[in-house]
Design a protein around this ligand. Structure first.
Ligand code: AMP
Length: 210
């Protein structure tokens, strides 16, 4: 199955994409995670995208297309995939449409107010674990340390108030037209993202079954 998950930043797309991809045994492809990985490795791609990422701006389409094409053609994506954080604008949606046939677009609906609350609480560990101080099920035992490996938790470089507001603006102006593009094709499944992680997962599973 080939799926796309969209929603405002901080809507829980990453969390849900991981859970659903694992349930369906398909690849979870997060363009944001791929960029963050390159930024932390300080490699060529990382250096090219760092400034965009840190300000909350979109990375130029040419660089995004390159990594998406590679990820969706990779052997891990043979059984299917869940694209998370892509497409982010109409040009990317049209590029994807030319590459593959998308089965469904899951649209997680969350208010702007909730978005800001969730994003300021996000914490990551270099072992891959992720937490949220403002979401009970995702809260670490110690707000500064990873439950799994004890390493110091960090904040994403773009989870500061200025970048959060910029990303919300990008969402309204660029991502909403993508949702409408797929809505016209009858592919959108709207899911209320205001509940707990488990509740939202159940809503997505049920929407995919119907
Ligand atoms: P995310 O983890 O999906 O919130 O993405 C974090 C940042 O990575 C974004 O604010 C952009 O700078 C960059 N990024 C991720 N996906 C894309 C995309 N599809 N197009 C452009 N930039 C992206």
């Amino acid at each position: 199955m080939k799926l796309v998950i969209v929603g405002p930043p901080g809507a829980g797309k990453g969390t849900q994409a991981r859970i659903i991809a694992s349930k369906l045994s398909i690849a979870h492809i997060s363009t944001g995670e791929i960029f963050l990985h390159h930024i932390r490795n300080q490699d060529l791609l990382g250096k090219k995208v760092k400034a965009f990422y840190e300000k909350g701006n979109l990375v130029p389409d040419a660089l995004v297309h390159e990594i998406v094409k590679e990820a969706i053609k990779a052997p891990a994506a043979k059984p299917g995939f869940m694209l998370d954080g892509y497409p982010r604008n109409l040009a990317q949606a049209k590029f994807l449409d030319k590459e593959v046939h998308t089965d469904h677009v899951i649209n997680i609906v969350v208010s702007d107010e909730d978005v800001v609350k969730r994003m300021t609480g996000r914490r990551l560990c270099d072992c891959g674990a992720f937490y949220n101080l403002n979401i009970p099920e995702l809260k670490p035992k110690d707000p500064t340390k990873c439950d799994k490996c004890g390493h110091k938790l960090i904040q994403r470089p773009d989870d500061n108030e200025k970048a959060i507001l910029e990303r919300l603006d990008v969402y309204h102006t660029q991502v909403l037209p993508v949702v409408e593009h797929y809505r016209k094709k009858g592919l959108v499944l709207d899911v209320d993202g205001s509940g707990t992680v488990e509740e939202v997962t159940a809503l997505i599973v049920s929407a995919l079954e119907h």
